[in-house]
Design a protein around this ligand. Structure first.
Ligand code: NAD
Length: 321
């Protein structure tokens, strides 16, 4: 079994490799070549922790495995990240473990890659202003991945906790872009693409604020009860997702569907667009919305990619198990 530590994963993994891995596995999901297994997520009754597994099999890439981990709210006090995850890969021919990979950095890379894929396929080509709602850990990765897809000149940002915007401003300026703080309606007024990446349970963007032609990548809603955008905005937009089953249960789709504002059939897997089965954006006026809920196959894809990079570079450790 090959071991790639958290530190090595951070050193070796690139946004570009993450993008390729996630784009490829979304395409495999759409072809029916890759599928996710039911997610397990449980409160363990200790340390206020939420623990679970996300797993799946990509038959095309021969990647089988799981991401195990969850949320330990007391970790920050111990100098550790609250979200903890580790990926395990197995040989699909024998079931033998092939790799164990630190998954914290990779989770941020694969989440940012998903919204970046959506921007590549759905945002208007001339998009120049990137809006971001949220300024936590993931937001930095989101911006770095998004700027690879369009010639953005300016980032317009809002966050519930404004002091967190200072760190995001540093990231944006390092990328050579202008950074502007704005209220949410003003942000919607100027942004061509908007990424939402918060822990909100209430709508932060309303249907009548968002301009025709905007592409939204809604990345924060990954649990029942969470919500970042008005359900009427979801119903008004053309909705794409990583996995329809998750969009309607734990993603932005859950609220609009529950209230009968739209049907599940109106939601398209982004893999269909990658594979050319769906044409994607139909006009410059259409509002497109990517509901990024986060699937286990994304984790396995980036873990497999970093294992290959580590093996090529002779980094990592092989053990007999
Ligand atoms: P973080 O704790 O570092 O940051 C949280 C962000 O949400 C901050 O910007 C904070 O100001 C904001 N926030 C908190 N409560 C809010 C509220 N009630 N209303 C509006 N904003 C609020 O978290 P992070 O690691 O940046 O993750 C952000 C979100 O993304 C989390 O909800 C996380 O579960 C989710 N996430 C989704 C995926 C996916 O694949 N879709 C992957 C990883 C994380």
């Amino acid at each position: 079994m090959f071991i790639v530590s958290e530190e090595h994963a951070r050193d070796l993994m690139t946004e570009a490799a993450g993008f390729d891995a996630v784009e490829s596995v979304f395409a495999a999901m759409s072809r029916g070549d890759a599928y996710n297994f039911p997610v397990i997520r449980e409160a363990i009754g200790h340390a206020d922790a939420l623990y679970g597994f996300k797993s799946g099999f990509d038959r095309a890439g021969l990647v089988l495995g799981l991401k195990s981990g969850g949320y330990w709210p007391g970790n920050l006090g111990r100098g550790l990240t609250n979200h903890q995850s580790t990926v395990f890969l197995f040989d699909p021919d024998t079931g033998r473990p092939t790799a164990m990979v630190g998954g914290n950095y990779l989770t941020a890379i694969r989440t940012a890659a998903a919204s970046s894929v959506s921007i590549k396929y759905l945002a208007r080509p001339e998009s120049r202003v990137l809006g971001i709602v949220g300024a936590g850990h993931q937001s930095h990765f989101q911006i770095r991945a998004a700027v690879a897809q369009r010639q953005f000149e300016r980032v317009v940002a809002w966050n519930l906790h404004p002091e967190m915007l200072d760190g995001l401003e540093r990231t944006v300026r390092e990328l050579g872009l202008m950074f502007v703080r704005a209220d949410r309606p003003d942000l919607c007024e100027v942004a061509d693409v908007i990424i939402t990446i918060t822990s909100s349970h209430d709508p932060l963007l309303m249907a009548d604020w968002v301009r025709p032609g905007t592409h939204l990548a809604c990345m924060g809603t990954d649990t029942a009860g969470k919500m970042e955008v008005d359900k009427h905005l979801v119903a008004k937009a053309t909705v794409f997702t990583d996995e329809v089953a998750q969009s309607v249960t734990i993603g932005e789709g859950q609220h609009a569907i529950c209230d009968g504002l739209m049907s599940e059939e109106a939601i398209t897997p982004i893999g269909d667009v990658i594979n050319g089965v769906h044409g994607g954006r139909r006009s410059a006026d259409e509002i497109t919305l990517f509901d990024g809920t986060g699937v286990g196959l994304q984790d396995l894809a980036v873990a497999d990619a970093v294992v290959k990079i580590a093996e090529e570079k002779g980094v990592g450790q092989r053990i007999d198990l």
